[in-house]
Design a protein around this ligand. Structure first.
Ligand code: FES
Length: 129
């Protein structure tokens, strides 16, 4: 059995930024084809294209919770373009590593954030926000 880093355990036990954002600038939901778990990320974006709030809710495992919690902290304060480029490896690195068998779980966080940004861009282009 591979050990989780202290940071992973901390974010799992005390997840940051859980919940939903009412009237969010964008939201994205993805499913993990490997395990069937589901993740939604909500973002608020200001007039300078900076993420001011990011929240997540998930039916995911502990690693999914930890990676989502981590990515919300990383993304706040970034521009949407910067946040779009966060990879699952960036998140895993920031958590001081994930067991290889759990790397697929970190796809959920990175993919859901990208989906939320796609949704934000679509809504902006269509004058919805
Ligand atoms: Fe499903 Fe980790 S086992 S997200």
């Amino acid at each position: 059995m591979e050990e989780y880093s202290d940071k992973v355990k901390d974010h799992y036990m005390n997840p940051r930024n859980t919940g939903i954002i009412e009237n969010a600038s964008g939201e994205g939901t993805v499913g993990n084809p490997v395990c069937g778990d589901i993740m939604t990320i909500y973002i608020d974006v200001d007039e300078n294209e900076v993420l001011t709030d990011v929240k997540f809710s998930t039916f995911g495992c502990g690693a999914a919770i930890a990676t989502s919690s981590m990515i919300t902290e990383m993304a706040v304060g970034m521009t949407v373009d910067e946040a779009y480029n966060i990879t699952r490896n960036d998140v895993a690195e920031e958590l001081d590593g994930l067991p290889p068998i759990k790397m697929h779980c970190s796809n959920l966080a990175a993919d859901a954030l990208q989906a939320a940004i796609d949704n934000y861009r679509y809504r902006k282009e269509n004058g919805e926000i």
